[in-house]
Design a protein around this ligand. Structure first.
Ligand code: SF4
Ligand code: SF4
Length: 127
């Protein structure tokens, strides 16, 4: 999977896509909230009130999509401090990739790179 992931992302230009940032938001861990609040020199509570809500699984998520931190040029305005989930999306280079197949099924509908990686994987295992 690591090889397929690397090969796909050598040719994928996320700046021409940004579909993940436009259609789904990341989860924000407490560490993410702390780091990004500091970046804005805001109190965490203020940051949460302004940008986040708690979803049905009790996780912090964005109040709305497209992500409020996404620029018109598809650049992330908080790239250096972005949530861990953003750094890891679409998770196709995860060590135990087979354990997140439900998540991957959702992600192939959002992410063209994940779709291509899974299609290549299917060819390799003659699925
Ligand atoms: S949806 Fe996939 S290809 Fe598009 S920007 Fe996100 S990670 Fe990149
Ligand atoms: S924080 Fe940045 S990388 Fe994450 S969804 Fe928003 S714009 Fe995209």
């Amino acid at each position: 999977m690591q090889g397929l992931h690397d090969e796909e992302f050598r040719k994928t230009d996320c700046l021409k896509c940004a579909n993940c940032c436009k259609t789904t938001g990341p989860l924000f861990t407490d560490k993410d909230v702390d780091r990004i609040s500091k970046h804005f020199r805001m109190k965490t509570k203020q940051f949460v009130n302004q940008y986040l809500r708690i979803d049905e699984d009790n996780d912090y998520v964005l109040q709305s999509v497209p992500c409020t931190f996404l620029g018109a040029d598809n650049y992330c305005s908080i790239y250096e401090v972005r949530p861990k989930a953003c750094r890891e999306f679409p998770h196709t280079d995860r060590n135990k990739f087979q354990q997140i197949s439900n998540l991957t099924l959702k992600n192939v509908a959002i992410c063209p790179a994940a779709f291509n990686i899974v299609e290549e994987m299917k060819k390799k295992i003659k699925f």
